[in-house]
Design a protein around this ligand. Sequence first.
Ligand code: NAD
Length: 696
Amino acid sequence: MSEAASYTVRDGVAIVTMNNPPVNGLGSVLRPGIMDAIKKADADPAVGALVIIGSAKAFSGGADIREFNTPKMSVPPSLPEINESQDACCKPMIAAIGGFALGGGLELALGCHYRVALPKSQLGLPEVKLGLLPGSGGTQRLPRIVGAAQAVQMMTTGNSIAAEKALALGLVDEVVQGDLLEGAISFAKKLLEQKKGPRRIRDMTVKIDGDPKAFFEKARAEVGKAARGFPAPLEIVACVEAAVNKPFDEGRKEERQRFQSLVEGNESKALRHMFFAERQAAKIPDVPEDTPTRPIRSAAVIGAGTMGGGIAMSLVNAGIPVTIIEMKQDALERGMATIGKNYASTVSKGRLKQEEMDKRISLIRSSVRLDDAKDADIVIEAVFERMDVKQDIFRKLDSVMKPGAILATNTSTLDVNAIAGVTGRPQDVIGTHFFSPANVMRLLEVVRGAKTAKDVLATTLKLGKLIKKVPVVSGVCDGFIGNRMVEKYGQQSLFLIDEGCSPQQVDAAACKWGMAMGPLAMGDMAGLDIGWEIRKRRYLERPDFVYSKVGDRICELGRYGQKTGKGWYRYETGNRTPIPDPEVEKIISQYRKENDLKTREIADQEIVERLIYALVNEAAYILEEGIALRASDIDMVYLTGYGFPPYRGGPMFYADTIGLKNVLNSIQSFQSGYQGAVWKPAPLLVRLAQQGKTFN
Ligand code: NAD
């Protein structure tokens, strides 16, 4: 017997205990042990029934993610083989579920003939979240026990259910109060007394309300609408339909085929890439995981504007007390009122309890004296985006903050080294670039300065995770990873307008492809004045950086986007829906006439390629310069901060799926098109394309 699965017999009941921490992943060390135990119990005349149990925290979390993409994945027996031996076992088998039974873990439990659970246990099949379906009989067994409607609901959302609900649905036979193993053994003894044998789910029929054909038509319509671009949810519906209409073994065959095609499809690969990319992003080659960190018990935020308020909310949401500091009392009061309003709106939507809101707000202290930041373990500056203002603040922080405090800046474009340079402690200075709204957006670019100390970086990454962000490390450069790329994306969106596209045509093509928002609607949301300010700076600093001036024309008329009710679109009061504006059309055609621009029909495919490949090409420079540590970090930035469609896996992953040779070919063809001089293929892209390699 393997160490990961122990076997004992008590009063005629065999007990198989899974012990593969941390989550009893069904890896190559555990599967053989379970299989052996089932066979042993089946053959032992002294055994009447069998209990499979994990730890109090985890029955099993399913497949062992540490073995993904390794040969260990296919070490026999497979989970389906274990399920077959469960079905073949002639003694009743009980899953004793403590903690969670998820994915393959629940499929193992569904292979058992009965299930008991603790009150706090959670049961679910979350495969859909990785673009997959439960591939070891889950789609066939779950509907047979909970009915078609519940099974579709559970498997297409991937959300788990609690023990009480599972009991009501028949998924669990008993909720055990007290010790789980004792409860499971007495449940087994009851079965033996009542002479109840195995009860195989495969032999049951699926409960379904009403006409099956109508049921599945409706399910497909509803699930298809919610799935938007993801194939797995509809495949799950098809499997449940097979469970209803076909014998078990045929349904299993169909499940296997559909599973296989999802595994090989780009959507699931993209979601799995994202899953691993998030874990990878936390790993910094020269900062080992055991790097000591500094304690963060309190924080201060300088500036109570758009970003400062959201950053303060993120911190107190995680229980970290914050002192928020402004220059003037009225600005401070405005900022505090906005925070209060934001929380109140969450409470009114039922997503936060009033007392929780009060508790969080009570963790915020406000002040107009910078001195009041002095005891904080970290101070995050979020004042105006001007070097002189920031340097002035950092000089003052240097003189007031206690030794060892982390000095962070939320700058989106400025040189973190130049900010650190005015202090006597550049090793304690770091960039924490939040995205707006800062209390909602998951991305946090952590900007590592030339002198940032390793423990400061490690502490900031840890804090980022604590406040539920996805921290991605960036080196210092203008715009860091995300905004440096988005500038090229925005540049192309304006060139497309020059050449004949309407703003709505560009946005529609991007959205149809999967972006949460098109580039022009995104500009309207962020404020067109922000981009305009950057362009004005570029005209002086980098005359090589060419822009269409059509964006400036829009801004010159005071059209700054949503905040002024007009931008690339117009907006009705209290409504963020962009409405095409004939006035914009006039501005654009006037601009084209003055500049003697020829227009042409541009297909959606070209629009998307120019936008996305502009991101990819700049990203290749960023990677080669070492600003980003790895391609998957760049993907994470776009997936969590810029509304990039998860099923495309991020710009780098997407380019890999298209083939870098093809991406390069398109870029080379753009070189001879309108404003072709801006397309300079990144040397890294050229090299990888020539070698037939990928970014990731
Ligand atoms: P904002 O204008 O809304 O807020 C800035 C606040 O700082 C104002 O309330 C101002 O009164 C206060 N302030 C200025 N000088 C101060 C001082 N010396 N002491 C104390 N308070 C002072 O600006 P914002 O949009 O919140 O941006 C703040 C920073 O965050 C900028 O560096 C910006 O580039 C960056 N950022 C903004 C966004 C965004 O989408 N708005 C996103 C990421 C990063």
